[in-house]
Write a protein that binds this ligand. Structure first.
Ligand code: NAI
Length: 478
């Protein structure tokens, strides 16, 4: 069993319920179960300390237990304050699989405490490999490393008051509080760090920026851009979990409503199609002419948010960018217009602007659903306080699509660990080879009773590919 000092979850009594749902999920996660069967006896992750910062859901529990079966020693936290499913966290702890620090509705301070605890093994050491989603664990290590260098140089301590960003204040406080007792903690962590595999678009952006600036401190595998991740999880996952989140939160009738989806990338595509399928009239906002043109070809009107404020009943952000829905927009929306975000971070919507608005009232309808009432009496309904609503107001993506994403995570973790001394990976961002992408897809076909057509050698020669794959050139866009 995991000692009590080495986990923090809401309530261990939820473990039985969690276990039952994990067992249902296992049947829907053929890629992960096949990984256990194929690699479990070889224990390719034996000796690896794996830290995860990724939504602590039932599906993630199946990922964690797969990593365990492959031999890893695991600590975990969630990558969002609202996304933990408490029964999943409890089941993982109760089985003794991993040290989990996560519960639904953490404060920001608690969130960073959890991340810090998940990064610290009982002997004080850090992880060898990280599974990151959005890059918060990676960010804490990089900021900690930077702060230790500054402290060593001239005794400067990080100053949480130097920033207005509530989140970053917590990061700096966490680092400052640890610095005096162990001024080499993050540097020691970086010294032995084998690498990180990153789950989502936003985390990959952060990694690519660091690699470009030459400040990335360890190798990274970009799992998001596996075709079997971003073209499935981001698209079909959101197609499932966006309406689920809106409906669980509000029970609103989607048919007949006018919905604006901001951003028509992978997440936006799934989101817009879900709204259309539910009978809503869907509008799209885009900055990229190619994505805008794609939206028009699917029958979505492309418009600017500011031009349609009086029409829209629901506005969803899916850009991974900041400052999309501003106070000046929300002020002008219809009474009880629903506003939510499905992108990784909450800065797509100006919650701070609402909070600072003179005379505004925030009424909690239920946890993660609030009505903000303007002084004139009209209001908007905000989902999950602007944080990703499919995980805040519902249970995120279903198991099957997460099996595709997480099978790529398993391959990435094994790849990093097996190459820990080969020199194959430098401090840069890599993607997995296409044959593995095809393998992940293959592992999921049988469950859906799909039968692949076999390519003959003659045909393979004719189209210039190997009969066993890869079947497409790197430039193919699917
Ligand atoms: P993407 O890069 O494919 O799409 C984002 C789109 O937003 C792009 O087409 C871009 O041109 C557009 N955009 C950027 N700024 C804009 C602006 N000011 N106005 C309108 N459009 C704008 O990224 P992807 O994969 O769709 O991810 C979007 C976000 O969702 C990321 O933060 C990602 O991490 C997150 N994500 C969330 C998931 C969830 O379950 N909630 C699942 C997967 C990704």
């Amino acid at each position: 069993p995991i000692p009590e000092s080495e986990y923090k979850v809401k309530d261990l009594n939820l473990a039985d319920f969690g276990r039952k749902e994990i067992e249902l999920a296992e049947v829907e996660m053929p890629g992960l179960m096949a990984s256990r069967e194929e690699m479990g006896h070889k224990k390719p992750l034996a000796g690896a300390k794996v830290m995860g910062s990724l939504h602590m859901t039932i599906q993630t529990a199946v990922l964690i237990e797969t990593l365990k079966e492959l031999g890893a020693d695991i600590r975990w936290c969630s990558c969002n304050i609202f996304s933990t499913q408490d029964h999943a966290a409890s089941a993982v702890v109760a089985k003794g699989t991993a040290s989990v620090f996560a519960w639904k509705a953490e404060t920001l301070e608690e969130y960073w405490w959890c991340t810090n605890r998940a990064l610290t093994w009982p002997d004080g050491s850090g992880p060898d490999i990280i599974v990151d989603d959005g890059g918060d664990a990676t960010m804490l290590i990089h900021e900690g490393f930077k702060a230790e260098m500054a402290y060593e140089k001239d005794g400067t301590l990080p100053d949480p008051e130097s920033t207005d960003n509530a989140e970053f204040k917590c990061v700096l406080t966490t680092i400052r509080d640890g610095l005096k007792t162990n001024p080499k903690r993050f540097r020691n962590m970086v010294d032995k760090m084998v690498g990180v595999s990153e789950e989502t678009t936003t985390g990959v952006h952060r990694l690519i920026e660091r690699a470009r600036d030459g400040t990335l401190l360890f190798p990274a595998i970009n799992v998001n851009d596996c075709v079997t991740k971003s073209k499935f999880d981001n698209v079909y996952g959101c197609r499932h979990s966006l309406p689920d989140g809106i409906m669980r939160a509000t029970d609103v009738m989607l048919a007949g409503k006018t919905v604006m989806i901001c951003g028509y990338g992978d997440v936006g595509k799934g989101s817009a199609h879900a709204m259309k399928a539910a009978g809503a009239r869907c509008l799209v906002a885009e900055i990229d002419p190619i994505c805008a043109l794609q939206a028009t070809m699917e029958g979505f009107q492309v418009a600017r948010l500011e031009d349609v404020l009086s029409e829209v009943d629901i506005v969803i952000t899916a850009t991974g960018n900041k400052d999309i829905v501003l106070l000046k927009h929300m002020e002008k929306m219809k009474n009880n217009a629903i506003v939510g975000n499905i992108g990784h971070f909450d800065n797509e919507i100006d919650i701070a602007g609402l909070e600072a608005y003179d005379g505004i009232k925030k009424v909690e309808i239920k946890p993660q659903v609030h009505r903000w009432q303007f002084p004139d009496g009209h209001g908007i309904i905000m989902l999950a306080e602007g944080r990703l609503l499919n995980l805040g107001c519902a249970t995120g993506h279903p198991s099957f699509v997460m099996s595709c994403s997480f099978t790529n995570q398993i391959l990435a973790q094994v790849e990093l660990w097996e190459n820990r001394s080969s020199g194959k990976y430098e401090n840069n961002v890599y993607i997995l080879p296409k044959v593995l992408d095809e393998k992940v897809a293959r592992l999921h076909l049988k469950h859906l009773n799909a039968k692949l057509t076999e390519l003959s050698t003659d045909q393979a020669e004719y189209i210039g590919v190997n009969a066993i794959g890869p079947f497409k050139p790197e430039t193919y866009r699917y």
